[in-house]
Structure formats: structure tokens, C-alpha cells
Design a protein around this ligand. Structure first.
Ligand code: HEC
Length: 163
């Protein structure tokens, strides 16, 4: 009986150890929420309930190969952002969430009320990390964090994989 309990306890210990967030993902989380470079990802994206849920959900991309993920981060082409003109007020680059428009020219983004006059394709707004010189190490850490949140991946992402 004691032996069985010991085996069960060890099995639990191993399972718990496996589901602990790896150091790399922890660094990635820190960079995601509080980087000193540029605007932190968490200003616009939310992961594991932390950050602001205005930008797209990144867990959908958690299985994209690391280089593809970096290409998405660095992309200067936008898919969702629109230039929004309200009946009154100046135009702003916005993203729609639950039928409401968020003004991305503000950091953090701000909810804008008012009747929309028209929207047109974005030509002004650039994804901030496209212009921020993150090192491959920092990007690898952030991707490791996204993968951890997305599917509990504990696989290390080597900075060299991103070259
Ligand atoms: C100022 C707000 C803001 C910040 C800061 C920001 N993002 Fe974004 N991000 C967005 C918006 C808005 C989009 C959607 C752009 C578009 O229209 O395609 C986006 C798109 C993305 C995409 C592509 C998503 C998809 O579904 O195609 C990835 C990946 C991404 N961001 C990762 C990051 C990471 C990682 C960081 C930090 C290094 C970051 N973002 C910082 C607002 C932001």
C-alpha cells in the first residue's frame, strides 16, 4: 500500500513538473507584458487573461512555425485595421471588437463611441513591433510563451531558428 501511494505521488510530481511554465516562456511573458522596447504586446493583445484584448487572439497562431510567426509580427500589411471616420471627430486607425471600434492611435487603445460615417483600408497604422528592434532571443521567448499558453508546449525555441 505504501509503495502504491509512493508511486502515485511520484507520478503526480512528474505531471506537475511537466505542466510548469518553462523559464523561456516566463521570460517571454515578461517581455510580452512589460518590455522596455517599443510598446509591449500586452498593450493590445491578451494571453492567459493578461493584457488588453483588442488585437487578434494570438493562441490561434500558436502552432504556426516560429519563422512564420515572426513574419506575422513584423508584417507591415494589415488585415483587420481600418481607417475609421466618425460623423464628428478626426479619423483614426481602428480595429473592431464586438461591434465597437478601438482607436489604435492611442496607447493603450481607446474605445470610440459615435456613429461611423465610413471606413476605408488602413494606410497609416503600422503594427508597432514591425518598427521595434527586438532581438531573435526576445522574439523566441515571446513565441515560446504564446506556444505555452496555446497548447502547453514546453519545446524550447532557439533564436537561430528565426534567422
Ligand atoms: C498598438 C497595439 C499592438 C501592439 C503593441 C502589438 N500588436 Fe500585434 N496586432 C495588433 C493589431 C491591431 C493586429 C491586427 C493587424 C491587422 O489588421 O492585420 C495585430 C496583429 C498581430 C499578429 C497577427 C495576427 C493574425 O491573426 O494575423 C501577431 C502574430 C501579433 N500581432 C503579435 C504581436 C506581438 C508578439 C507583439 C509584441 C511584440 C504585438 N503584436 C504588439 C495590435 C498590436
Amino acid at each position: 500500500m505504501m509503495k502504491l501511494i509512493a508511486v502515485v505521488a511520484i507520478a503526480f510530481g512528474v505531471a506537475a513538473a511537466q505542466t510548469e511554465m518553462p523559464e523561456q516562456a516566463k521570460r517571454g511573458m515578461e517581455a510580452f507584458l512589460n518590455t522596455s522596447k517599443g510598446t509591449a504586446c500586452g498593450t493590445c493583445h491578451s494571453l492567459a487573461g493578461k493584457g488588453m484584448e483588442v488585437g487578434p487572439d494570438l493562441t490561434r497562431l500558436s502552432r504556426v512555425p516560429p519563422r512564420g510567426f515572426v513574419a506575422a509580427i513584423k508584417s507591415t500589411v494589415t488585415q483587420y485595421v481600418q481607417m475609421v471616420e466618425l460623423k464628428d471627430g478626426s479619423p483614426f486607425p481602428g480595429i473592431q471588437k464586438d461591434k465597437q471600434w478601438w482607436d489604435l492611435s492611442k496607447r493603450p487603445p481607446e474605445l470610440r463611441q459615435g456613429q461611423v460615417e465610413k471606413t476605408s483600408p488602413n494606410s497609416k497604422w503600422t503594427h508597432p513591433p514591425a518598427n521595434t528592434d527586438y532581438s531573435n532571443r526576445e522574439l523566441a521567448d515571446i513565441i515560446a510563451y504564446v506556444k505555452w499558453v496555446g497548447y502547453k508546449s514546453v519545446v524550447a525555441i532557439e533564436p537561430e531558428e528565426l534567422e
